[in-house]
Design a protein around this ligand. Sequence first.
Ligand SMILES: Nc1nc2c(ncn2[C@@H]2O[C@H](COP(=O)(O)OP(=O)(O)OP(=O)(O)O)[C@@H](O)[C@H]2O)c(=O)[nH]1
Ligand SMILES: [Mg+2]
Length: 456
Amino acid sequence: MFSLERDQDTICAIATSAGAGAIALVRLSGEHSIDVVRSIAPFIPVNPESHKIYYGYLIDPSTQQEVDEVLISHFAKGKSFTGEMSFEISCHGSPLIAQQIINCLIQAGVRLAQKGEFTYRAFKSGRIDLAQAEGVLSVIESQSAIGSRMALRQLRGQFSTQLHIIEDQLTWCLSRLEANLDFAAEFIEFAAVEEILERARSAQLNIQKMISSYKLGRTLRKGLKIALVGSPNVGKSSLLNCLSKQERAIVSPIAGTTRDVIEIDINIDGHSVTFADTAGLRTTQDQIETLGVAKTVQTIFDADVICYIADAIRTETFSLPEELFNIDKPVIHVMNKADLPNNMSLSESVGGLDLFIPLSAHTGSGLDILINKIREFLFVQHEENSIVITSARHYELLSRADEHLSRAIALLIDNASPEFIISEMNEVLRACFEILGKQYDDEVLDRVFKDFCLGK
Ligand SMILES: Nc1nc2c(ncn2[C@@H]2O[C@H](COP(=O)(O)OP(=O)(O)OP(=O)(O)O)[C@@H](O)[C@H]2O)c(=O)[nH]1
Ligand SMILES: [Mg+2]
């Protein structure tokens, strides 16, 4: 996508989103930007001051007509986002005016930037590393207040700092192992295996913490998906309707009413939470219902959280069905139809009843407790200042680092020859370098920047 020979070009793009707004912003970056900007904005001095705003009228050089009244900010080389000399032209928010400015700049010899090219240049000039570049995208895309705070931390380099700490720990281990290797013949040991092990374990702990934050990171980015699951007739569809405050799903006293999965989205504190109503779990001769049950199993698989619903007047629904045995997902237990005279208190034979949230889809009682329980999945796992990774690329590379580090630690414990340990640790370092973009191939860059918008 990007090419070295084009990296020297001066580039421009509209940075604000399409459509009319109060103002629009045109960005210009590159070595020749001063000549280009002065050709359409003669009021800019030959040596403009960095971080200063200049006011005046833009002139189309081909017609000598005024294009717009503008404010132009200047950022000197080394002091701008891209690291290059840059200008930002704030004009009136008509898409036509912004386009006209772009046309003037192109006539003056500037090229239109590709998607993400400003951020790419910031990365290339060493202003930010690759993980921070990805943070820029996350900030733009973030859907919730927490998500944007998290992305901002990544952009400011908190994630990168953590990786640098891991890098330091590994480099320390590697230098000791190499010294041990060099002087092995003389039986001099520069660092005891215990010391190296301690650092390696501490690095691994950091890596594993970040890996385990991925699930939450994805949830914060994409929203939480909750499957409403249980036996037929327990009131799953009624609960879905109660949550969405409308008659989305058919409710009937006939067991096996729902066949297709019905989804609704609701907003909890700025987070998108999707509830999926499913066919009741049972073995049946009905072909269509069997297909519905297969869809339920798939929905259980896709969901982040399972909401298991029991029927307060049917004790046989109190224990989890086999489809939910050994599943590696949180389960919220709901006891529906709590409005009916029930025998919940009598059924002490069924263990874990206190786990259930008593609820009535008919009256809405207990719904607030269920929503609060869901809030826990959105917030509690997240310490305010902890690093939460959201990118699949980071997750894969950290998992790779973790595997190699596990092997290195096992070899250390076995007192294996240092060269084997060194080789594993080098792989860990390589994974960290790839996250930060210290080592990359063009395909990785293309993948990272393909989702960016124009002007960023
Ligand atoms: N009293 C009472 N009845 C309820 C409640 N929730 C559901 N019902 C009734 O229980 C019956 C089944 O409700 P549904 O919502 O269709 O149950 P379901 O779990 O979706 O059933 P399937 O789609 O067949 O699996 C209906 O007659 C509902 O009116 C509740 O909170 N209280
Ligand atoms: Mg139903």
